[in-house]
Design a protein around this ligand. Structure first.
Ligand code: AHM
Ligand code: MG
Length: 359
């Protein structure tokens, strides 16, 4: 025989890119998968790499500052918000299996001509989370959640109704933090995995396999400037953490970009809270494309995510841009939160085999 036969272990190469990892996961958990889902995820990774390239050159290109428009949330759009949104819409729009897109930056759900009912997936995202940090070189990110197109519904009939699904129906969720390095973290319901962008080869490379949230951390994360507005039970809980009631004295870390604050909480443990305030009595964070993906990832990593009284992922959404309060973190901190806020522990049973917290 002419030629050389390479005897490399293609299943376990030294470098595992996110694309390889997704395919390996599919082979393991859905052997009959068509590859359609990984094609969709590759659209997201491409868009985030485009955004990361802009973020890295932010002080050099004319990409800083306001774009001159106000989004549906009443917030001034930044140029990078608009760029990140357009990158995702473009990269997902050319994937024919995407039926509907919904984004923080667009009031209505977006559908595509000529799909003739072939679109299987819905993607909702916050294209650039933490916009107030863009101009000052502080970490920002992209958050996404993927849902299946409900059977019997056509995107052309009522795209909004198709998007309004509880977080328990998420097929996958993830985020990218454009920080000191760029990292993508995702779950498809089989653990949480992290990939660091290697700028030399332009690929997300497996760096954090099967991330588990520590059972207890040393940080709490909330905007203390709103302290007086927090409900009494939240203040009592935070005082408990601050005063050593958990066997250690907690320190405060708050970046103001949910993705970055959550990423630290995922790796180091602790708790992140955005309680109801006078200005935002329902909480500030958006359910579909901020709280739900973060909650799915937290639960997959052994943590918990509540809106204050129930699992975030069980909330039935009524509006694409619906807001929610959010308390997400490690087992010990959430267990203590439940005692202060009188949450029924049974309401936190995840339904995926894990029991609710014990008291
Ligand atoms: P954004 O998606 O428009 O950037 O807003 C959401 C951000 C979150 O990333 C962060 O947790 C929160 O708003 C910070 O709000 P505040 O400045 O009120 O603390
Ligand atoms: Mg956001």
């Amino acid at each position: 025989m002419n030629g050389t036969v390479l005897n490399r272990q293609m299943e376990n190469p030294t470098i595992v890119t996110i694309q390889q990892h997704i395919l390996q996961q599919q082979r393991k958990h859905s052997p009959h998968a068509t590859g359609s889902f990984s094609w969709l995820l590759s659209g997201i990774t491409l868009a985030t790499k485009m955004t990361e390239a802009r973020v890295r050159r932010a002080g050099l290109l004319d990409v800083l500052g306001a774009a001159g428009e106000v989004n549906v949330q009443g917030e001034n759009q930044q140029k990078l918000d608009v760029y990140a949104d357009e990158a995702l819409i473009h990269c997902l729009g050319v994937r024919e299996n995407v039926a509907i897109i919904a984004s923080e930056e667009n009031e209505h759900a977006i559908t595509f001509d000529g799909r003739d009912g072939h679109g299987e997936y819905i993607v909702v995202f916050d294209p650039l989370d933490g916009s107030s940090n863009i101009d000052v070189n502080v970490s920002v990110g992209t958050i996404f959640s993927i849902l299946r197109m409900p059977k019997g519904l056509s995107p052309d009939d009522d795209p909004t109704a198709a998007v309004l699904q509880p977080g328990t129906r998420q097929l996958a969720a993830g985020y990218v933090v454009y920080g000191s390095s760029t990292i993508m973290v995702y779950t498809t319901g089989h653990g949480v995995h992290g990939f660091t962008l290697d700028p030399a080869i332009g690929a997300f490379v497996l760096s954090h396999e099967n991330i588990r949230m520590p059972e207890q951390g040393s940080y709490y994360s909330s905007n203390d400037a709103y302290w007086e507005e927090f409900p009494r039970s939240y203040r009592d809980y935070l005082t408990h953490l601050r005063s050593g009631g958990m066997g250690r004295r907690y320190a405060l870390r708050y970046i103001g970009s949910l993705v970055a604050d959550f990423h630290r909480t995922l790796l180091r443990g602790g708790v992140f809270l955005y309680p109801p305030t006078h200005k935002n009595p329902e909480g500030k964070l958006r359910l579909l494309y901020e709280a739900n993906p973060v909650a799915f990832i937290a639960e997959q990593a052994g943590g918990y995510a509540l809106d204050g009284t129930r699992r975030v992922v069980e909330i039935e959404p009524k509006d694409i841009h619906q807001r929610t309060s959010l308390v997400v973190g490690s087992e010990s901190e959430i267990s203590a939160f439940q005692k202060f806020c009188h949450v029924d522990p049974d309401s936190l049973a995840t339904g995926n085999g894990r029991s609710s917290l014990e008291f």
